[in-house]
Ligand binder design. Structure first.
Ligand code: MN
Length: 238
C-alpha cells in the first residue's frame, strides 16, 4: 500500500469525511470534464490541451502555450496534490498546527489548476457560437454583447498585478457577473460551490465572544441546518 492509499484508507476508516465507500464506477461518474481529476488514483491531473500548441497562433504563440501549459499549469497540479496529501495527513493525525499554510496552498494551487483547466477549454481555433440562452443572458445583464465585451476587457485589463478576468454565473440573483480575481486564489477556489459557510468577521461574533473566535465556531456547529446543507450538496452535484 502506498502512502496515498494508506492516508485515504486511514481517513475513510477514521472519520468517514471522504466518500471512501465509492466504487470506482461511482467515483468516475462524479468526474467533471472541467476539473481534471483521476478519481481512481485520487489525484488531480494535468489535462492535455484540447488542440495543438500552435493552434491559437498568431494570437497566442506556440512557445507561450507550451511553457504555460506544461510548466506553469503542471506546477499547480503538483502543488494541489501535495496540499491535498498534507491535509489528509493532518486529518489522520488530528494535528492542525500547519493548517493555515496548507489551506493557502490548497487555495493557491487549486484555483490555479481549476482556472487554467477552464482557460484551455474556453479558447480554441474556431469561434463556435453563443447559445440563445447565453445571448439572452448577456443582453439582460449587460445590455448588449458590445457592452459585455467593453466591460470584460476593461475589467480584465484593470486587474491589479497578477490575476484573472472572470465572467461568472451568480445563482442567487440568476445573473451573469464580471469579477476580477487578484492572483487567483485569495483563499477561494473559483469552481467550488459553497455548501456550508461561517462568517468569521468580528462583527459576526464580537459582542458575545470578543476575541474567542474558536468558541463561536464551535457554537456555530450546534446551529447548522443539515437539511439545507444536504439540499445544497445534492443541487451542486446536478
Ligand atoms: Mn497562467
Amino acid at each position: 500500500m502506498n502512502k496515498r492509499d494508506f492516508l485515504k484508507n486511514s481517513i475513510l476508516a477514521g472519520t468517514g469525511i471522504f466518500a471512501a465507500g465509492l466504487s470506482s464506477a461511482d467515483a468516475r461518474s462524479i468526474v467533471s470534464e472541467d476539473l481534471p481529476f483521476d478519481a481512481v488514483e485520487g489525484v488531480y491531473t494535468l489535462p492535455p490541451l484540447p488542440y495543438a500548441y500552435n493552434a491559437l497562433e498568431p494570437h497566442i504563440d506556440e512557445k507561450t502555450m507550451k511553457l504555460h501549459h506544461d510548466l506553469h499549469h503542471n506546477s499547480y497540479v503538483t502543488g494541489l496534490n501535495k496540499a491535498t496529501d498534507a491535509v489528509a495527513a493532518a486529518i489522520a493525525a488530528n494535528d492542525y498546527t500547519l493548517i493555515k499554510h496548507w489551506e493557502r496552498e490548497l487555495a493557491f494551487h487549486g484555483a490555479g489548476h481549476f482556472l487554467h483547466s477552464i482557460f484551455w477549454q474556453i479558447m480554441g481555433p474556431s469561434a463556435g457560437q453563443r447559445s440563445t440562452d447565453l445571448e439572452r443572458a448577456i443582453a439582460k445583464d449587460f445590455g448588449s454583447f458590445e457592452n459585455f465585451r467593453s466591460y470584460f476587457i476593461a475589467s480584465a485589463t484593470a486587474v491589479e498585478a497578477s490575476g484573472w478576468g472572470i465572467l461568472a454565473y451568480e445563482p442567487l440573483g440568476d445573473k451573469l457577473v464580471i469579477l476580477q480575481a487578484e492572483k487567483h486564489n485569495n483563499l477561494s477556489q473559483w469552481t467550488s460551490i459553497p455548501l456550508l459557510v461561517v462568517d468569521v468577521w468580528e462583527h459576526a461574533y464580537y459582542l458575545n465572544y470578543q476575541n474567542k473566535r474558536k468558541d463561536y465556531v464551535e457554537a456555530f456547529f450546534k446551529i447548522i441546518n443539515w437539511d439545507e446543507v444536504s439540499r445544497r450538496y445534492s443541487q451542486a452535484k446536478k
